[in-house]
Each structure stands twice: as C-alpha cells, then as structure tokens.
Design a protein. Structure first.
Length: 127
C-alpha cells in the first residue's frame, strides 16, 4: 500500500482536530444547558414562594441567607448569561461542522486522485 503524502497527512490531522473541537463544543453545550435548566427550576421555585419567605443561596460549600428579590435578580442574570453562552457555542458548533464537512470533501477528493504510478510503467496514462 502506498504511503500517504505529507499534505494529505496534514489534512487528516486538521480533520481530527476539528472532530475533537466539535466533541468539546457539544459537551460544553450540554453542561451549559444543564446549568440553565437548574437555574430555570430555581426561578420557578422562587416564584412559588411568598414574598416574606426565607431563602438561602449556596456560596461554595455553605448556605447563606439571602433576599428573595435579590436572589431572583441574580438568577435571571445567570440565566441571561447562560442563554448567550449557549447561543455562542451553537454558532461555533455550526461553523465547526461546516469546516468538518469541507475538510472531509478535500480529503476524499485527494484520495480519489490518480497517482503517476497507478497505470503501470510510470507513464501518465494509456497510450
């Protein structure tokens, strides 16, 4: 079997890097969506409490008493930030998938190109 030319090896390496990037973006999106879901659930629970209810928030490994309205504002800010980050990652993921498809086409085209020795005798083609 013929050896893969250096330029094609480079294309394959770039393709693999794009695959890894796409996987990483997918994992990041899933993590952010879980955080968004948790934030939305917390906001729903806060809405169901009466105005004078005692609420706590976690800071590291401790719970701290908080004001319901202030906590709600913080959670809404967090939700907005998470929404923006998810949209950014989705755009990056789309671009990466597009680049992956293009790179795959380039590699397939390079693999299908005939080489000088493919016809035998070192001639470029049949005579």
């Amino acid at each position: 079997m013929a050896q893969i030319p250096p330029h094609l090896q480079n294309q394959i390496r770039k393709f693999q890097e794009l695959q890894q990037k796409a996987e990483l973006l997918g994992r990041q999106q899933m993590q952010l969506e879980r955080e968004l879901n948790d934030t939305e659930r917390a906001l729903t629970e806060l809405d169901q409490l009466d105005q004078n209810a005692v609420v706590y928030k976690t800071i590291g490994a401790i719970l701290v008493k908080s004001n319901k309205d202030k906590l709600k504002e913080e959670l809404n800010d967090r939700k907005e930030t998470l929404d923006m980050r998810i949209q950014t990652i989705k755009r990056q993921e789309e671009r990466t998938k597009s680049e992956l498809e293009e790179k795959q086409k380039e590699i397939q085209a390079a693999l299908q190109q005939p080489k000088m020795g493919d016809f035998g005798g070192g001639f470029p083609g049949p005579m």
